[in-house]
Design a protein around this ligand. Structure first.
Ligand SMILES: [Zn+2]
Length: 173
């Protein structure tokens, strides 16, 4: 009971209860005519390796999936470029500067937050950082770990989309 059509009951514009699910992914208000669409939000995930070629994963400090492993990244803000989002998130979470980035592949994700299904398009980027001296773990992560193909525990990765991005990266590199 977390899908938008099961949760959203009133028009977000006029408050009317004559707000109904049109099917597929939109709602229509019979009172004010507001047409509301459910879209997927863009989110970025960074693949960053240390000097030994190990992949950096972050430990999530908050729910959803508190304590589980993730790639650094987050949502793209309204009116922000995807490229800026990845640079901003790496700076916010790790205090590191992205020197170069290469787009890899995207995977869809769906998770439940506040009893509501959230849909994202998780965009994977290979990133190089200018150095590790300024590394400072903050914001919405509590720690980082470095993993390899041999020792990664897939059960600790927070989402299938993130697993898929990592697998794609390792299969093509
Ligand atoms: Zn309305």
């Amino acid at each position: 009971m977390t899908k938008p059509e099961e949760v959203l009951k009133y028009c977000p514009k006029c408050g009317s209860s004559r707000f109904h699910f049109e099917g597929e992914r939109s709602f229509l208000c019979d009172k004010c005519g507001f047409h509301f669409f459910i879209n997927s939000s863009a989110a970025v995930a960074a693949l960053i390796e240390n000097e030994k070629g190990e992949l950096m994963l972050t430990v999530r400090a908050f729910n959803p999936n508190k304590g589980m492993l993730d790639l650094p990244g987050g949502f793209v803000d309204p009116n922000e470029s995807v490229e800026n989002a990845i640079k901003r998130e790496i700076k916010e979470e790790l205090n590191l500067d992205v020197e170069s980035l290469t787009y890899l592949k995207s995977f869809p994700n769906e998770y439940v937050f506040s009893g509501y299904s959230v849909f994202t398009s998780d965009l994977g980027f290979h990133c190089k950082v200018s150095g590790w001296d300024k590394l400072h773990i903050k914001d919405d992560i509590s720690d980082i770990v470095f993993v390899t193909k041999e020792n990664i525990d897939w059960n600790l990765i927070c989402a299938d989309s993130i697993k898929n991005i990592i697998k794609f990266y390792w299969n093509q590199s």
